[in-house]
Design a protein around this ligand. Sequence first.
Ligand code: HEM
Length: 406
Amino acid sequence: GAVAGAGVTGIGAASAVGLNEAFGAAEDPTADHSDAARHGLQVEPFHGARQAGVATLPQAFSAFIALNLNQGASKDSLRRMLRVLSDDAAALTQGRAPLWDQEPWLAENPSRLTVTFGFGPKAMALIDAARAPEWLKPLPAFDIDQLQDRWNQGDLLLQLCCDDKLTLAHAQRVLLKDSRSFAKVRWIQDGFRNTVGATPAGQTMRNLFGQVDGTVDPYPGEEDHEKVVYGRDGFEPWIEDGTSLVLRRIHMNLDTWDEADTPAREDSVGRKLADGAPLTGSQEHDEPDFEAKGPLGFPVIASYSHIRRSRTDNPDEKIFRRVYNYDLPVADASGMSRSGDISGGVSNTGLIFASYQSDPIQQFVPIQKKLDDMDMLNTWTVPIGSAVFAIPPGCEEGGFIGDGLF
Ligand code: HEM
């Protein structure tokens, strides 16, 4: 059917379709305005064995915030900081404003807000150096990397995800106000996916290359999710119910991507753009056939394609991807890029590639190494930031994130 209210602009239409007086916009008369239907009231749990924000169905917006701890930071000051921030997060995620919040109304629509804490090397060294996982250090250098230090590492991560950008902005402000005597912002990476209701439920996200992105991933509930993310029956987790985050900021050059035609684009990944089906199949979730040959005897899915290169048969080398798009302002009239990112023409775009796994060195690095050696997609993508964080377990009511480590 037609978009409800589309084209209805006159006052005369008010009685027919209902009128939002403040804005003069037409409303869908069949819309359900009950609290039960209000997406903004949906909450994700904060307390529990594991932190939310990893297995959580990805929310529409994200802010990955890296903090640098102040020079004089100590184990004790870090504990106080985590106590305060955990209390803030426990309230905000449940739609409650912390007591002193000067804009408490902005907490009223939690919209599935999650706040996930991660520890960088310095935070772990302060908390308990003996329990710092061995992998908590910069990843090995890759040839494709063009890392800019301003997007690298950080001492403490706050990963905020939320279906409402205004709620997210307020939560970010509260958490940063409360961390200001302990730490300074190193970087903030804002990301987005489709807004709630924009796409059919359950549809795999697309990235800004237009690709269906996230088809083959050990999703929560799938057999290998537990093992990949939490390291059960296989390799030792660094801590029970904790995991790791590898955060790669990857520039996507839309300007040169524009120059590639559809066959070249599909060849580079090994999947069709229209529906994400493998080049050897007809539906997104069809199993790719890497043996199939075309009329000239070449593999249908090229050996240099992204899915061929990133695919592994080793169950110990799998990762869980939960990625977000980024899209920043481009060059201003003076020709200067406002953000200083690699900026080609009319786009400053990429992926906030968030990868969760029990052990980055055993799981993420072998895949990245293979992609570094050969991956046609590298023609258009450049890693420009890299960070690794230990994600501690969740906390119970009254506790704080990381309390089991102090
Ligand atoms: C699959 C895009 C970077 C690992 C895919 C697919 C696309 C894609 C379109 C196919 C659909 C799917 O299964 O999700 C991109 C883009 C990247 C990027 C645009 C950079 C901007 C990476 C990186 C890694 C990675 C850095 C890991 C180091 C994977 C894996 C798969 C995959 C493991 C699934 C392979 C399989 O079928 O088994 N990616 N990717 N990707 N990608 Fe990437």
